[in-house]
Design a binder for this molecule. Structure first.
Ligand code: FAD
Length: 380
């Protein structure tokens, strides 16, 4: 068993950290307050190659293996304090670019992937609906066959990037119900019958726009089906498998960044004539942060390694997702506590870190659903 990263992987991560620290954190407090997504920062990330990390070079990406990609994303999470930007990036990457790369026709890949990699297009994956979230595949959005194509009717909610995206990967049930089940469609912004609805106000991740979509007799040509009719379940499950370890990889980076801040603060802040880190109640909190960081890291890279071997990691991804969600939130809570009153102040940025961490137990399938998946693998 080899736990080391190669020199190229370490170099890539380091360059990502440097880039993120230097280019992605400007005006963060202001952007968070204004709930502002920055297309300029998105473009900077694309110019650096982040949106193309796992996408084959022939379609404009860097064609890296999953261990390298996740290690780079850990670097993004560490260097980029704008957790919303990192989250939007991953929704785009795992929700649209990777499914296109894995299931797209050569024509679809040629039309979309280079633009998704170089920042001209933003992707958004639309599965959740007002009446279906955890029960993801029980969709009300309907696709009725018309000629060679389909007509979509229905609505989607809680969709990351919806307000700003240029390309939507939309899941719908084919009507009349046929055994083929859920099907995936590529719908471009501006398509007649597609309305981009309101932007939803959120607790955290405020630089990542979240919104609604509705479809009223929205015609999708046959060429815009992703995969075959009925491939929607496989496409969505594959996207979630990668997203459930990709997003946690960035959380590992964020946890390390927060841990380092807490260590520095525990050394510098004095009470009762000594640094607060001398009190076991504080130092043990920090030790627990380190345990959570390292267990999270092991789980993420175990899943990443399986994917880089082109093996399934559905169980491992769910374990990583459930564990890292808890670890990340607890780390943020502890950080606020260690900083005392300052932890509660906006200017120290830990309340934002906590707000940004809260949804990690909800998106890409809630923690309860991850445990349901894990229990299912155990025969329950
Ligand atoms: C920040 C954010 C970004 C998101 N981005 C996207 C996106 O880009 N695309 C997209 O399609 N969706 C997105 N979602 C939606 C997300 O996938 C759903 O919110 C999530 O799957 C939960 O669905 P729900 O909100 O309808 O909750 P519900 O399914 O109504 O669940 C409510 C509660 O019941 C629990 N529960 C439900 N069923 C079970 C069960 N069988 N066993 C035990 N507990 C259960 C849940 O765990 C939860 O605690 C996003 C959500 C958030 C918060």
């Amino acid at each position: 068993m080899d736990f080391s990263f190669t020199q190229e992987q370490r170099q890539l991560k380091r360059s990502l950290v440097d880039f993120a620290k230097g280019a992605l954190n400007d005006d963060l407090a202001k952007r968070d307050q204004a709930r502002e997504f920055s297309r300029d920062l998105w473009k900077r990330c694309a110019d650096f190659g982040i949106q193309g990390l796992p996408i084959p070079a022939e379609w404009g990406g860097r064609g890296l293996d999953m261990v390298s990609v996740f290690y780079a994303l850990e670097g993004l999470g560490y260097g980029c304090r704008d957790n919303g930007l990192a989250f939007s990036m991953q929704a785009h990457l795992w929700g649209v670019s990777m499914p296109l790369s894995l299931f797209g026709t050569p024509v679809q890949k040629k039309s979309y992937l280079p633009k998704l990699c170089d920042g001209r297009m933003i992707g958004s994956i639309a599965m959740a609906e007002p009446e279906s979230g955890s029960d993801a595949f029980t969709l009300k959005t309907r696709a009725v066959k018309k000629g060679a194509g389909y007509v979509l009717n229905g609505s989607k909610t809680l969709i990351t990037n919806a307000p700003v995206a240029d390309l939507y990967l939309v899941f719908a049930a084919v009507e009349p119900p046929d055994p083929s089940g859920v099907t995936a469609f590529l719908v471009e912004r501006g398509a007649p019958g597609l309305t981009v609805g309101r932007t939803l106000e959120t607790m955290g991740l405020r630089t990542s726009p979240l919104g609604e979509l509705s479809f009223k007799d929205c015609e999708v040509p046959a060429g815009n089906l992703l995969g075959k009719p009925g491939d929607g379940t496989v496409i969505f499950t594959g996207a979630m498998e990668l997203e459930r370890c990709g997003i946690p990889a960035s959380h590992v980076g964020a946890m390390e960044r927060i841990l380092e801040r807490c260590i520095a603060y525990a050394r510098e802040r004095r009470q009762f004539g000594k640094p607060i880190g001398d009190f076991q109640a504080v130092s043990h909190k920090i030790a627990e942060m380190k345990i959570r960081l390292e267990t999270s890291r092991l789980l993420v890279y175990r899943a990443a390694w399986l994917k880089s071997q082109e093996r399934h990691a559905i169980l491992e991804a769910s374990i990583a997702k459930a564990h890292v969600g808890d670890a990340y939130i607890q780390t943020c809570l502890d950080a606020v506590q260690i900083y005392g009153g300052r932890g509660y102040l906006v200017e120290f940025e830990l309340e934002r870190e906590l707000r940004d961490a809260i949804p990690s137990r909800i998106y890409s399938g809630t923690s309860e659903i991850q445990k349901k998946i894990i229990a299912g693998w155990l025969g329950l």
